[in-house]
Write a protein that binds this ligand. Structure first.
Ligand code: HEM
Length: 364
């Protein structure tokens, strides 16, 4: 992943291209109300396709559409009671009918999709320099095989599962974050106007946006951080297991204990944030309007097992959002006074479905 230069120029280019495609899709709505979910999800999933496979799919591609449907069903299933029962009693559930059977076949589909792409990469491997995750993985596999490394975990089954993990962890999270971003910016038009003005003043409307531009955009950067704090999209980090006895704040956490980090306890801590329950970009600004990072900003977890996709996620959210805000003013549809800001509790916490108008800015 590091060799792919996530967050560096290579990936940024792919993200910017997807952001531009999304701008074009939104432009087709001509300012009429639209539900942005599916369009955002297609674009961010295509970013993962670019990372893993080295190419994007046309939105009307049948294989891509099947992949999107499988992901959608699989992610919804993860939040159901039947999934919890399946996790506890897999040996029993295997013999019973139910939605878990379809969820398993969706996962199977995702894995075989990744295997097909790996096969194609093997055929063309020697034709070019490594460009994507599969290329680099196959190269590492060859190195390990030539050394007969018995410890190696690199094999074709594993790359397929790594790719399906990346799809699950890397598409719904960004979709969910961008949905919250548009909802909150439409709900706080003064904040949106300030962000738009800052982008226009610093970058104009022709310059293509890159992640480094965030240095010129302290207010925009603060707004993005505040969106992730105020409506963090995961309730808990991934469960981890304690490898040794640990004393923490006077409590003994014995070896073997399963720990669920409660991220919201930090992101909404009333002793650390001035107005924890309010959307307030000033949480990340100093008195001169400059961006300040906060130790309590932990939407990606912390430590050596913090989110592996953090840099890609930050790049995507920044480039997608600034590209959209430069092209459109996001407004609530006529007659709608307020959008529901309560989250739906699930594996990720999405907003309730909503429609929004992407009204083209006259100068773009
Ligand atoms: C706004 C977007 C995202 C948020 C808020 C987020 C949040 C998180 C959190 C809280 C964890 C658990 C960290 C811990 O246990 O301490 C995690 C793990 C992980 N994330 Fe993300 N994530 C995001 C986007 C992504 C993306 C884009 C990818 C991949 C391209 C990704 C891949 C992963 C993986 C593979 C893990 C497991 C890492 C491990 O077990 O070592 N995430 N993420």
């Amino acid at each position: 992943m590091r060799k792919l230069g996530l967050g560096k120029k290579g990936m940024e280019h792919q993200v910017a291209e997807e952001a531009q495609q999304l701008v074009e899709v939104f432009a087709r709505s001509k300012g009429q109300p639209l539900d942005p979910s599916m369009h955002i999800n297609n674009s961010v999933s295509n970013v993962i396709c670019a990372v893993a496979f080295g190419h994007r799919f046309a939105l009307e591609d049948e294989r891509f559409q099947k992949l999107m449907e499988a992901m959608d069903f699989g992610l919804k299933f993860l939040c159901t009671f039947i999934h919890a029962v399946y996790e506890m009693l897999p040996w029993l559930m295997k013999h019973l009918p139910g939605p878990h059977k379809k969820a398993l076949s969706c996962l199977e589909m995702l894995v075989s999709f990744a295997k097909e792409e790996t096969e194609k990469h093997k055929e063309n491997q020697s034709l070019h320099e490594p460009q994507d995750l599969i290329d680099y993985y196959l190269l590492q596999m060859e190195k390990d095989q030539s050394k007969n490394d018995p410890e190696s975990t690199y094999d074709e089954e594993n790359i397929a599962h790594c790719i399906s993990d990346l799809f699950v962890a890397g598409s719904d999270t960004i979709t969910c974050s961008l949905k919250w971003a548009l909802l909150l910016l439409a709900s706080y038009p003064d904040v949106q106007d300030k962000v738009h003005k800052e982008i226009e003043d610093a970058l104009g409307s022709s310059h293509s946006i890159c992640y480094q531009d965030k240095k010129e955009l302290p207010y925009t950067n603060a707004v993005i951080h505040e969106i992730q704090r105020f409506r963090s999209i995961v309730l808990f980090g991934i469960p981890r297991q304690c490898t040794k006895d640990v004393k923490l704040c006077g409590f003994l956490i014995p070896k073997g204990t399963i720990i669920f980090p409660n991220l919201r306890s930090v992101l909404l801590d009333p002793t650390r944030w001035e107005t924890p329950a309010e959307f307030n970009p000033n949480h990340f600004l100093d008195k001169d309007g400059q961006f300040v990072n906060r130790a309590e900003y932990l939407p990606f977890g912390a430590g050596s097992r913090a989110c592996l996709g953090m840099q890609l996620a930050k790049t995507e959210i920044f480039i997608f959002l600034t590209s959209l805000l430069r092209a459109f003013s996001f407004q609530m549809p006529e007659g709608v006074k307020e959008l529901n800001k309560e989250p739906i509790i699930g594996i990720t916490t999405h907003p309730h479905p909503y429609k929004i108008c992407a009204v083209p800015r006259c100068n773009t």
